[in-house]
Design a protein around this ligand. Structure first.
Ligand code: NAD
Ligand code: UD1
Length: 337
């Protein structure tokens, strides 16, 4: 069984490739290396003994993308490739729409042309916007997205649903990720964003290894148990395993399904700091600052559908997430270059 993984050298993609290989799938990775390194392929080999076939291709370049479909008999696609920085998307909306929408349309057109009818797409809890109260259920639909990144995910969901209406034998799972964190337990693959991280756990990791002086806690006056923002963190290895289950489901069923992938538990910023302190054995300096514009108080998943449809439940907890994030940053303080 051959799975094409777009964005497969990236953070979530690389962990998913490892889990797919562990389950005996053959992976073909496609990535333009905009936000990842070809060295990830060596790391995957160190973990699995297999170096997947790799194409350095930009999904916006349809002609080159078509070569991948011509050369390989692909059974299913997991589509991770895209840009993902919320703030940057506000500054560069057209780059985000071109990458995440035009690029994706190229991919979907080629899938239909080459009769590849199984897709798993990386969506995000961001599509709920600020419209609903947690626990967030898939049936709520899509809320008011507040930035071009979020809009690009919502538009992709709509495009895939419409492809499903027009092609009854098309099968897709739209996975709405909550907050993926952590790294593979080997410390060989993981995430270290370029520049100053925007997200909480990568920021804490940089503080812990001394790259940054302290963490700014964005607001302690939310209506939550300790006043700081509550999110649903999920270990990236659990998330990767959800993709294997999603692909298995897509291969067996027709139709388009939207599924949350979170743990169903919310942790506050102060609780994450505490868990990370336990993992690294040192105090994490922080200062409370005003709220970050656009943030909401609480966001966590209703996980019943993932459990019922895919048989997916998370196994790793917030301490595992912090322990593995710490292990990765200690071994790769500058990321995988
Ligand atoms: P990532 O940046 O590590 O991985 C994305 C990969 O796609 C990168 O390797 C990048 O080089 C590649 N890429 C980008 N544009 C491309 C293009 N035009 N052609 C080919 N390759 C291209 O990000 P990630 O955290 O692994 O996220 C994977 C997917 O999951 C993304 O679509 C992201 O929006 C989505 N997602 C991520 C999160 C998160 O918190 N990490 C949350 C929700 C959804
Ligand atoms: C962010 C994105 C969201 C994306 C998600 C993926 C924004 C506005 N939203 O969500 O679209 O899907 O990442 O994981 O960027 N925090 C601090 N200090 C920091 C960083 C964060 O206190 O330096 C707090 C935030 O206020 C929030 C929590 O930590 O309460 C988590 O923040 P973050 O990791 O950025 O994730 P989200 O805001 O949930």
């Amino acid at each position: 069984m051959k799975i094409l993984v777009t964005g497969g050298t990236g953070y979530i993609g690389s962990h998913t490739v490892v889990e797919l290989i562990n389950k005996g799938y053959e992976c073909i990775i496609l990535d333009n290396l905009y936000n990842s390194s070809e060295k990830v392929l060596d790391r995957i080999k160190m973990i699995t003994d297999i170096r997947p076939k790799f194409y350095k291709v930009d999904i916006r370049d349809k002609e080159t993308l078509e070569e991948v479909f011509k050369e390989n008999k692909i059974d299913a696609v997991i589509h991770f490739a895209g840009l993902k920085a919320v703030g940057e998307s506000v500054a560069k909306p057209l780059e985000y729409y071109e990458n995440n929408i035009t690029g994706s349309i190229n991919l979907y057109e080629l899938m239909l042309k080459y009769n590849v009818k199984n897709l798993v797409f990386s969506s995000s809890a961001t599509v709920y916007g600020d419209s609903f109260k947690s626990p967030l259920k898939e049936e709520y639909g899509r809320g008011n997205t507040t930035n071009p990144y979020g809009a690009s995910k919502a538009i992709n969901e709509m495009i895939i649903e419409d492809i499903g209406v027009a092609n009854k034998d098309f099968s897709a799972i739209l996975l709405r990720y909550f907050n993926p964190v952590g790294a593979h337990e080997s410390g060989l693959i993981g995430e270290r964003p370029n520049g100053i991280p925007n997200n909480l756990v990568p920021y804490i990791s940089d503080v812990v290894v001394g790259k940054l002086d302290h963490l700014n806690v964005f607001g302690d006056d939310y209506d939550t148990r300790d006043g700081t923002g509550v999110r649903d963190y999920i270990h990236v290895v659990d998330l990767a395993k959800a993709h294997v289950l999603a692909i298995e489901y897509a291969l067996k069923h027709e139709g388009v399904n939207t599924i949350n992938v979170g743990s169903g538990n919310g942790y506050s910023v102060l609780e994450v700091i505490k868990a990370y302190e336990k993992a690294c054995g040192k105090p994490i300096p922080y200062r409370v600052t005003p709220r970050r514009p656009g943030d909401i108080a609480t966001c966590f998943a209703d996980t019943n559908k993932a459990s019922e449809l895919l048989g997916f439940n998370t196994k790793l907890n917030i301490e595992d997430m912090c322990k593995d994030a710490y292990n990765f940053i200690c071994k790769n303080p500058d990321g995988i270059e």
